[in-house]
Design a protein around this ligand. Structure first.
Ligand code: NAD
Length: 486
């Protein structure tokens, strides 16, 4: 069932994703979907809204398939803060359980504002909505954000743990549902060529960029309370980095993978005040032409110090990564919308082509790029001889791009993640230890930033952020692989 069943996320992402699972045969007859929210509405009106949501996401809805699917939807008006009223929802769930022979298996998806998560989890238990059939599952799906710092996240987690065990809680990080993020494991652990070089002896640095082209749009009031560090670094970037940094799991299971990610995050260096100030930079976008700066967007205070850009250097104090930094950056109103990882290998220790031929340009570094979006694929930059007389080298690229036909079939992150929840596979969700280590790291940066008034705005829209982000990496005699004129 979906709490917040009439919300933007449910209509735009969750129902269309469920329909895809249905079309592909992952849901058949034994299922019912209950939506709740405060709004009064009968089942038919709700089904009409679900039908519209499927149509809006490009589905043919006049088919028998769509009609059958929608017939499994039910609605119950319900205020999540009204404990006594949970009994009405329970009655509906029990009735549907019998009708569809669900044997007590229940998934509770909290697609609503996080301040309600604790109350709902508590009432689900105390009001008897969780099935008591020992062979059945009760699962709780939680949307982001999971807290706004370590203390609030812990408070929330403590509240959830009163009703649900850790293996019943699925904390969504939709980046973990993306094809190429899941491909990191295949690339690393399926290829000797890659994994044998995946360490500080051969890798000079790793760069993770999550770049957004748009400004805050209609999310301004939420975003201004959060900022790029909390909204993107604590969750998505930390998850990507832990997949890149972890050791090989014993087996390809959620427990083993999570254990390795946690170990990686435990060896992430938590900065002291001085290092936090040097290794992380922030930015806020200015205005361009008739486009307002961040401070003059709707619902943003004119003196907001919220960062719309972050870049930072992460260091792991472990045998594999000591001395190899991970540079990360993310921001709004940047040059383009894309997510990519650039793995920059060390140059050969000796460049034999530099002498005696006096090659004019030194050997380029090998770079393995993982394109996450908008296009999915890899690219490996190698050095080869130029196709002419004499002996010069030039960088060439081996590219693999998922073709357009295949891309169309790629499941949406929410489709994969809903499917994982149904299977009880927690691989692509954030576990509490991961979330807590990520917060402890991020809190330290935040603490330092909160002591100092930033000099905002400090970057031009459609650039790649403030000059400080360039200085951060150039100070280490390195360059961002993705540059504006790339
Ligand atoms: P929304 O505001 O569109 O929907 C919230 C839903 O909660 C509505 O159905 C509303 O009627 C219901 N609701 C509010 N107060 C209630 C109450 N007291 N009792 C019962 N129902 C109540 O929000 P959304 O955009 O759908 O986001 C839902 C969650 O998903 C949030 O945690 C958000 O941070 C997260 N999220 C959303 C998106 C997105 O694209 N919309 C993306 C990532 C994460």
């Amino acid at each position: 069932m979906f709490f917040g069943g009439t919300g933007d996320l449910a209509y735009r992402k969750l129902y269309p994703s469920l329909f895809n699972l249905y079309r592909k045969g992952n849901l058949r007859t034994h299922f019912a979907v209950v939506g709740t929210s405060r709004q009064a509405m009968d089942h038919e009106k709700f089904r009409a809204a679900v039908k519209k949501s499927l149509a809006d996401s490009g589905n043919r809805v006049e088919s028998k398939e769509a009609t059958d699917f929608i017939s499994h939807f039910y609605y119950q008006a319900h205020d999540v803060t009204d404990t006594a009223h949970y009994a009405v929802v329970k009655d509906l769930l029990d009735k549907l359980d019998k009708k569809y022979k669900l044997q007590g298996n229940r998934i509770f998806y909290l697609s609503m504002a996080p301040q309600f998560f604790g109350t709902i989890a508590q009432d689900l238990k105390t009001q008897g909505l969780m099935s008591d059939n020992k062979d059945a599952f009760n699962r709780l799906v939680i949307e982001k954000p999971f807290g706004r710092d370590y203390d609030s996240a812990k408070q929330l987690n403590d509240a959830l743990s009163k009703s649900f065990e850790e293996d019943q809680i699925f904390r969504i990080d939709h980046y973990l549902g993306k094809e190429m993020i899941q491909n990191i494991e295949a690339l690393r652990f399926g290829n000797t060529l890659v994994e044998s070089l995946w360490n500080n002896r051969y890798i000079d640095n790793i760069q993770v960029t999550l770049s957004e082209k748009l400004g805050v749009e209609e999310r301004a009031s939420y975003y201004d309370n959060s900022g790029a560090l909390r909204d993107m670094v604590q969750n998505h970037i930390m998850q990507i980095v832990s997949l890149l940094a972890m050791e090989q799991p014993v087996a390809f299971t959620d427990t083993d993978i999570r254990a390795e990610k946690v170990k990686a995050l435990r060896s992430l260096r938590v900065y002291n005040v001085a290092d936090a100030a040097t290794n992380f930079v922030r930015g806020q976008y200015g205005s361009i032409n008739d486009q307002p700066d961040y401070r003059h967007e709707d619902n943003v205070p004119n003196d907001s110090t919220t960062e719309t850009f972050v870049a930072g250097k992460l260091l792991f104090d472990n045998y594999r990564w000591s001395g190899t930094p991970f540079y990360v950056r993310t921001g709004k109103m940047l040059a383009d919308k894309f997510t990519r990882v650039d793995v920059v290998f060390k140059r050969p220790l000796v460049d034999i082509f530099a002498f005696p031929q006096s090659q004019s340009t030194p050997l380029a570094a090998n770079v393995l790029t993982i394109f996450v979006e908008p296009h999915a694929g890899f690219s490996l930059q190698l050095n080869a001889k130029t196709n002419d007389t004499g002996f010069q080298t030039e960088p060439i690229k081996l590219d693999y791009l998922v073709d357009a036909e295949k891309s169309k079939e790629t499941p949406e992150p929410y489709e994969r993640l809903l499917h994982d929840v149904m299977k009880g596979d927690g691989t692509n969700f954030s576990s509490w230890p991961e979330v807590s280590y990520a917060w402890k790291f991020v809190d330290q940066i935040r603490r330092v930033w909160d002591l100092q008034e930033p000099n905002f705005p400090n970057y031009t829209p459609h650039s790649m952020g403030p000059a400080a982000a360039e200085e951060l990496i150039q100070r280490d005699h390195r360059e961002w692989i993705y540059r504006l004129n790339h």
